[in-house]
Design a protein around this ligand. Structure first.
Ligand code: AGP
Length: 610
């Protein structure tokens, strides 16, 4: 969840660290801090609040030194205060540590270290690492060796980055579970928790696997296993460009990313059809024999990715007639699921780092299932835990609320479902071709949906004062309803519920009173009549109705207080179009309420702890 960055080079470290933190701030913004080795001394500056607070603190304090580390925090242990802001130091003040993860045995280690005379100056789990390194270095070992000894004592998940006054020109880091990458370029070396921090300097990044230590010097990255054995670094090339990770004239990343959705969908489909229109997922490397023996599919994911999973369940079952189970990744391994080598488990995570999804996939792999990962990030942990990887090509998503990665997931999962149908011959080729034709029209149709922006902004102005929202849908419209509600909750802090429209009369309709906004997905024909009947029911009880419908739907026009018309497509593809007005609604409601959509309170872009 926290953002971490380390730099060694021949230029000043401070601007690189601040720039890195700016690019990682979406990972957490409870506090920020840096440590720079400056003329043999360690200078540490840290501050509660967003990065701007740290920058104000640094104003007029031009730190010299070309070795340093920086951290932006999502608090787990210890309140988000100055005292708990990273970096944390040892008793001598000559070792500084930053950390993403949770050190589970910190209480025990703290007691042990305190008994040996160490003084603690924070409430964090992280600080124990600084004191353990201090002890090891007191024995005269190098910083790398000291970190190696330290990680042997730690339980839990961590990406730790360390610098020491006695070793300028070196930053060392260790990874167990929590994400970590390294890279070098032009006489510099870097470590970071995520790719955007490295983009200004290099696009060849070295993923650091769990159980590895990394030592970074100017122009050099060296990897080791936790027992000190050298490991060859294997860089992966990232084709995201720098501009894509910047706002490009938009007020917020979220709005920019909403507008990038036609490209995200188009790029996710690119090169995935051959000249005869067959789907080719060669890059995914799914063994046809494995595909044919699969007798059940299980989809696991969290949050927005779970909503993409709902749409995937509908698509896979419809196209392939394979039974599909859908699980929240955080629940999956605790329900004693029935899996064997004929099961295919599809894990969806835009970040590729969600702790619960990774754990679910490892659990499924141990039971012999074929693991397919759907992710947006090359080199992410999920890619190493899977038998096959289907990448979405949405480019970097910085806004904490997932938008373009969701649409790219829906696209990729439809491709996967059709591919399974093609390889298992469960659907006639002409029906597959018809669906592909509809998919290729989506980017253009999305451009049309984006022209609704002014209408949505106007509606948001009117609705921003509401206390509760209900979002209802049926079939894949449920995925849209849940996603619309999640978007609104997470960035506008308005209570919102996504509901199966058919369940309304079993309870939720009691919530309806005059003025409660009800957003209903009434696109397509499959559920049209029933959805409109539900809209009539809530309207009769005074609800304010906001409808997402296809153009020319007279009944929808008559029943809507606000109407967002989106083009028609095949029913299973409709979430790709129907979700967009709801993303915009959440965005403009948040803006209307004076909130920052890119940095919603208490949230972080990737949830790397369980
Ligand atoms: C989406 O807007 C949320 N920020 C969140 O629910 C997210 O989708 C979830 O944490 C899963 O992330 P992942 O796709 O990286 O696994």
């Amino acid at each position: 969840m926290c953002g971490i960055v380390g730099y060694v080079g021949d230029g000043p470290a401070l601007p690189v660290l601040i720039e890195g933190l700016r690019r990682l701030e979406y990972r957490g913004y409870d506090s920020a801090g840096i440590a720079v080795v400056d003329r043999g001394e360690l200078q540490v500056v840290r501050k509660a609040g967003q990065l701007a607070a740290l920058e104000a603190e640094l104003d007029g304090r031009p730190l010299q030194g070309s070795t340093g580390i920086g951290h932006t925090r999502w608090a787990t242990h210890g309140a988000p205060t100055d005292r708990n802001a990273h970096p944390h130091r040892d008793c001598t003040g000559r070792v500084a540590v930053i950390h993403n993860g949770i050190i589970e045995n910190h209480d025990e280690l703290r007691a042990e270290l305190a008994a040996r005379g160490h003084r603690f100056s924070s409430d964090t789990d992280t600080e124990v690492a600084a004191h353990l390194i201090e002890e090891a270095m007191a024995d005269g070992v190098t910083l790398r060796a000291a970190l190696m000894r330290t990680v042997a004592r730690l339980e839990g998940a961590f990406a730790l980055v360390v610098t020491a006054a006695s070793e300028p020109g070196v930053v060392v880091a260790a990874r167990k579970e929590s994400p970590l990458i390294a890279g070098c370029g032009n006489g510099s070396g870097f470590v970071a928790s995520d790719i955007p921090a490295l983009l200004p300097y290099t696009r060849d990044v070295v993923p650091v696997d769990s159980g590895r230590l990394v030592e970074v010097r100017a122009g050099k990255v060296s990897l080791y296993s936790f027992d000190g054995t050298p490991v060859d670094p294997v860089p992966v090339h990232v084709d995201w460009d720098l501009e894509a990770a910047e706002k490009g004239g938009y007020e917020d990343f979220m709005l920019k990313e909403i507008h990038e959705q036609p490209a995200a969908v188009r790029d996710t489909m690119r090169d995935r059809f051959d000249v005869s229109g067959r789907i080719v997922l060669d890059d995914v490397r799914l063994d046809p024999a494995d595909l044919r023996r699969v007798d059940k599919v299980v989809v696991v994911a969290c949050g927005t990715s779970f909503h993409a999973g709902i749409a995937a369940k509908h698509a896979i079952e419809h196209y392939t007639r394979l039974p599909v189970e859908l699980d929240l990744a955080s629940e999956f391994r605790y329900r004693d699921p029935v899996l064997d080598r004929n099961s295919m488990v599809v894990g969806i995570a835009q970040s590729g780092e969600t702790a619960d999804t990774l754990a679910a996939l490892r659990f499924a792999r141990d039971m012999g299932a074929v693991i397919v990962a759907v992710t947006n990030v090359v080199g992410s942990s999920i890619t190493r835990d899977a038998d096959a990887v289907l990448f979405t090509h949405a480019g970097p998503e910085i806004g904490v609320a997932a938008t373009k990665t969701f649409l790219a997931q829906l696209t990729a999962l439809n491709l996967l479902a059709l591919y399974l149908a093609q390889e298992r011959a469960s659907m006639p080729p002409e029906r597959i071709a018809g669906t592909i034709a509809a998919m290729t029209r989506l980017p253009e149709q999305l451009e049309e949906v984006l022209t609704l922006e002014d209408d949505v902004r106007r509606a948001a102005k009117r609705l921003a004062g509401a206390r509760d929202f209900l979002f209802i849908g049926r079939g894949v419209g449920m995925a849209v309803a849940l996603e619309g509600a999640l978007k609104l909750k997470e960035i506008s802090y308005i209570h919102a519920e996504g509901y199966a429209a058919g369940e309304l009369k079993h309870g939720a309709i009691a919530l309806i009173e005059p003025g409660v906004p009800v957003v209903a997905i009434v696109t397509g024909r499959t559920h049209q009549d029933k959805m409109l009947a539900n809209v009539e029911e809530v309207r009769a009880r005074g609800a304010e109705t906001i409808l997402v419908a296809n153009p020319g739907n007279r009944r929808a026009q008559a029943l809507a207080d606000e109407l967002f018309e989106v083009p028609a497509t095949k029913p299973l593809l409709s979430p790709v179009l129907d979700t967009v007005p709801l993303q915009m609604l959440a965005y403009f409601v948040a803006k209307e309420r004076g909130l920052s959509p890119d940095k919603p309170r208490n949230l972080a872009k990737s949830v790397t702890v369980e």
